[in-house]
Design a protein around this ligand. Structure first.
Ligand code: G6P
Length: 609
């Protein structure tokens, strides 16, 4: 998840590139760099930290020239450092990249064997070497880029330049966005529309498997194999703020819709379909622990804590290791049992949450092994843990967490499968079935997202409620908690989540005609029992909203509203059920006119106790 900008024309390229990168600031970054061609040479400037640092460097060491590329990095492979910042250079090739090259270890080994040396820890540098290698065999930049791309597995948006072919940029796309801006005697390329809106509104969007040759005179599109592609440009009428949100009204809605892709990015390169296994290279060094561990403490705050509750279910079911789930703020003060038989697994989107970090420190102080699931690479929790599994969900801007949550669930399931297979508690066929279902999960996720209009209409009907209950059972009970948390965070409606079976032990006293109760009712989750809980609510006049994958007249009879979601593997239902609840909170908040992306009193990253 990085910001990409490229320019060819008559202006000073560095001004256009830096301005474009400033407009992509919302994507979050940890280092930035520019490459500009002048007098037959490409010069590169890079710096760690905010874009301001690069701007300061350019003030001292300017980069004159009329064509170039710029990049802000949001680290995936390799920590944020100047050496890992883009652009990367190999011989005569300079390039920038957004995405993940899955087979980079094999390619690096091959290139190293042929005598090539690397100056970074990134997957990107491999691509520069591959292209340079092809050029050394006499190919031009276009042919060399095509040949290199044919060897890549994974996702990429690439922009490549070379001093051998001045005034030309080559862009290529596979599963990561690239847009080309068309000017008069100048042309642009970027990862996102906002970077280009001050220069042009005529855009060409590359499709997967396509390349573009960009010069000041024009743009030529082709497939990776060279077959020409014709496409009419689109005129973009978005205002700059809408453009940052890719046309969505809020970052939250954008991030909700990014969940299928984010889930793919979490799984990418980690599923071994044939053997029914999960490979977690990032946790490889901790393999022995997974075999020996007798107890896992899952520690987190907020939404990530809900992910841990589901994670406990996954790990106990598939790997039969007892789990304890704690809030960061509780764990550190409750004198937990910290000994060599247990380990701590911290879950955090930002990797900076003070209470979660303190739990990691407490475990370290007691010499207990630590692992983390984080979204932000090289964040404090990631650095302080012995091993880390990144979710690769991309920057999450909205304070209310959505795609980070769903990818935490995915990562926890991957860990559970990984440990289960290692410990022999999960048979290959059961794991194979689960992996197959995971691979197909983005489809049903998109189907659930397609219910947005229906949920919007539902939200309008309940917009004036002052209280809500959410109930579920088993591994979907934490989804009820998360549904309630989302609603209160966004719309300030009082909402509580409960295990459905616990209703009669207290909360049922709250039920009246003014109390909507959201019931999570998946087919494979104590269906009949939850249905009877629903009847208890009905007989006390409560308004029932059911989220289910079952088409059952008995449900229609009892419910006021039914949201029907696709059926997936029972262990994946928490992910599917999360989507309508996120949309419900979102639309209720929109109709109540609250600040969706920055709810009152909340912060995205809580770095104080
Ligand atoms: C804050 C955010 C929540 C988030 C929690 C934990 O409270 O508002 O959305 O779930 O922190 O954040 P983390 O970055 O550790 O996942």
């Amino acid at each position: 998840m990085c910001g990409i900008v490229g320019y060819v024309g008559e202006r000073e390229a560095s001004g256009v590139l830096v301005h474009g990168l400033q407009l992509l600031e919302y994507r979050g970054y940890d280092s930035a760099g520019l490459a500009v061609l002048a007098n037959g040479d490409v010069s590169v400037r890079r710096s760690v930290g905010k874009l301001k640092n690069l701007e300061n460097l350019l003030a001292v060491e300017p980069l004159p020239g009329k064509s170039g590329i710029g990049h802000t990095r949001w680290a995936t492979h390799g920590r944020p450092s100047e050496a890992n910042a883009h652009p990367h250079r190999a011989g005569r090739v300079v390039l920038i990249h957004n995405g993940i090259i899955e087979n980079f270890l094999e390619l690096r080994a091959e290139l190293q064997a042929s005598g090539r040396e690397f100056s970074s820890e990134t997957d990107t540098e491999i691509v520069a070497h591959l292209i340079d290698d092809e050029m050394a065999r006499g190919r031009d930049l276009a042919a060399a880029t095509r040949a290199a791309i044919a060897r890549l597995e994974g996702s990429f948006a690439l922009v490549v330049m070379s001093s051998d072919e001045p005034g030309k940029l080559f862009a290529a796309k596979s599963a990561t966005p690239i847009v080309i801006g068309l000017g008069d005697g100048e042309n642009f390329v970027a990862s996102d529309v906002p970077a280009l809106l001050d220069y042009t509104r005529d855009m060409l969007f590359l499709e997967d498997g396509e390349m573009a040759e960009i010069s000041s005179a024009g743009v030529r599109l082709s497939l990776f194999d060279g077959t020409p592609v014709e496409r009419e440009p689109r005129r973009i009428t978005w205002d700059p703020v809408t453009a940052q949100k890719s046309g969505y009204k809020h970052f939250m809605l954008k991030e909700i819709n990014e969940q299928p892709q984010a889930t793919i990015d979490t799984m990418r390169g980690r599923l071994l379909v044939e053997s029914g296994d999960v490979t977690l290279e990032d946790l490889e060094s901790s393999n022995d622990w997974w075999n020996q561990v007798e107890r896992i403490d899952l520690v987190a705050c907020g939404t990530a804590w809900h992910a841990c509750l589901v994670g406990k279910f996954f790990i106990e079911k598939l790997a039969r290791v007892p789990c304890n789930v704690d809030y960061g703020s509780e764990f550190r003060y409750r004198d937990p049992i910290l000994d060599g038989r247990g380990m701590l697994l911290a879950v955090s989107q930002s990797g900076e949450t003070a209470d979660t970090l303190a739990a990691v420190e407490a475990a370290r102080a007691a010499k207990v092994r630590t692992a983390a699931i984080c979204n932000v690479v090289d964040s404090s929790i990631a650095r302080r843990s012995d091993a880390v599994l990144y979710t690769h969900a991309g920057p999450e801007i909205s304070v209310a967490s959505t795609k980070a949550f769903v990818t935490q669930l995915t990562a926890l399931l991957l860990i559970a499968i990984h440990i289960g297979r290692r410990r022999g508690t999960l048979a290959a066929d059961a794991s194979g079935e689960l992996i197959e279902s995971l691979l197909h999960l983005p489809g049903p996720m998109r189907d659930a997202l397609a219910m947005a209009d229906e949920i919007d209409a539902l939200a309008r009907r309940y917009v004036n409620a002052e209280n809500f209950l959410f109930v579920g059972r088993g591994l979907n009970y934490p989804i009820a908690l998360e549904g309630a948390l989302k609603l209160k965070e966004l719309s300030y409606i009082h909402a509580e989540g409960y295990p459905a079976g616990e209703l009669k032990h207290g909360p049922i006293a709250l039920i009246s005609e003014t109390m909507p109760v959201v019931v999570l009712l998946p087919k494979n989750g104590a269906y009949a029992k939850t249905l009877s809980n629903m009847k208890e609510v009905e007989s006390r006049g409560g308004q029932i909203i059911v989220v289910t994958d079952v088409d059952d007249p008995a449900v229609e009879e009892v419910a006021n509203d039914v949201i029907r979601v696709p059926t997936v593997h029972s262990l994946l239902m928490p992910i599917i059920l999360s989507i309508p609840l996120q949309l419900l909170s979102y639309f209720v908040a929109v109709h109540r006119g609250t600040d969706v992306d920055q709810p009152r009193n909340l912060a995205k990253s809580v770095t104080v106790e």
